[in-house]
Design a protein around this ligand. Structure first.
Ligand code: SF4
Length: 366
């Protein structure tokens, strides 16, 4: 059975105009790593994230100066904005007044019932959802003492405490995440929680690492849960520019047939038959096609003998030879092209098929 057919039913919340849960497509989100007090740098980064396919963005709101930037940021971007708040309920109130579309805060950590009540009242008036974000590294001391470690049971108990605080105030615009840097703990925690509540779940493996390590951990942790039907929105965390997170996120969703967006690059591992710089070509094609939105399979193969056949399912592709290569479509030859012209011809073909303009296509032969 396809993972899209066994998604667990959850309630739906709206973050800005974006539905999460309740059968909506799994939403891709990210978080800026600019200084939120520098609204221009933050907006620039969010625009790059938007272009890459990010659908919701979160910014850290560490102080009042950051709160003051939120209206300018909100106004300049197209996707919903979530404010990430720790400990200070005044920052949450300020963020709500500034027009954010979501809050990430843990109600048990913002200073007592009166303060929580004020935040919840304003969030309800503005129909702004709150994500409870339990993190293995910052679990309550009493839970750590009782369980010894941030075990899945301790994580879930922490989440249920925070959920109860909101439910007692009759607030149910809730999403929950249970992030741990341990993949198996992450999976076990979400499984446990998804059997207890039907709030939409935000999946992620935290402190996952740099590009390769982080992509592997995220693909396993997020991917296994999605495969089981658990999860409504995902964030891939990398020690990298957040723009790098988006292709990884879509790669996970595409592999599970949950979302179709952009280019799936099919490239061969190279072998003794390869006579061109295929690794360089594949990396260049991947970079140039990163902003394409139309679902498309593009192949970059090492030889004309096996390449087109091996990439029969590709919508379009190139197969390298010596000093020249073949442009092919669905396994069939279109034409033979000099090596220097391979990428420009491929890009032109992608533009023709998708109807999208590829920003750097003109300088791609350099
Ligand atoms: Fe080798 Fe050609 Fe297959 Fe690439 S496509 S791995 S070069 S046989």
């Amino acid at each position: 059975m396809n993972p899209s057919e066994r998604r667990r039913p959850t309630r739906q919340v709206l973050v800005g105009g974006v539905p999460i849960g309740g059968g909506a497509p799994v939403v891709v989100q990210s978080m800026t790593n600019t200084n939120t007090r520098d609204w221009r740098a933050t907006v620039d980064q969010i625009k790059r994230l938007e272009d890459g396919g990010c659908e919701i963005v979160r910014v850290a709101v560490p102080d009042e100066t950051a709160v003051e930037q939120l209206p300018s940021i909100r106004k300049a971007i197209r996707i919903p904005l979530v404010a990430d708040i720790h400990f200070d309920h005044r920052l949450a109130l300020g963020a709500l007044r500034a027009g954010v579309d979501g809050l990430r805060l843990n109600p048990g950590n913002i200073g007592g019932p009166d303060k929580v009540r004020k935040v919840v009242k304003m969030a309800r008036e503005r129909a702004v959802p709150i994500r409870i974000g339990v993190n293995g590294g910052s679990l309550e001391k009493d839970l750590l003492a009782r369980y010894g470690h941030p075990t899945p049971e301790a994580m879930v108990e922490s989440a249920l405490r925070h959920i109860r605080i909101l439910e007692d105030l009759d607030f149910n615009l809730i999403k929950v995440s249970l992030k741990s840097s341990d993949v198996l703990h992450t999976i076990a925690s979400y499984r446990l929680l998804s059997n207890k509540v039907d709030y939409p779940l935000h999946l992620g493996v935290t402190e996952a690492g740099t590009l390769v390590a982080g992509a592997v951990k995220s693909a396993l942790g997020i991917g296994m849960l999605l495969f089981e039907g658990i999860g409504d929105t995902i964030r891939v965390s990398l020690t990298k520019d957040p723009e790098e997170e988006i292709p990884v996120a879509y790669g996970i969703l595409r592999s599970l047939k949950l979302r179709e967006r952009g280019v799936e690059l099919v490239s061969c591992p190279t072998c003794g038959r390869t006579e061109i710089d295929l690794i360089g070509l594949a990396e260049k094609v991947e970079r140039l096609l990163r902003r394409v939105r139309t679902p498309l399979r593009v192949a970059v193969m090492g030889c004309v003998v096996n390449g087109p056949g091996e990439a029969r399912e590709a919508d379009v592709g190139i197969a390298g030879g010596r000093g020249s290569g073949l442009l092919f479509r669905k396994g069939g030859r279109i034409e033979k092209v000099p090596e220097a012209e391979l990428i420009p011809r491929l890009l032109a073909e992608v533009e023709r098929i998708t109807g999208e303009k590829i920003p750097d296509a003109q300088c791609s032969s350099q």
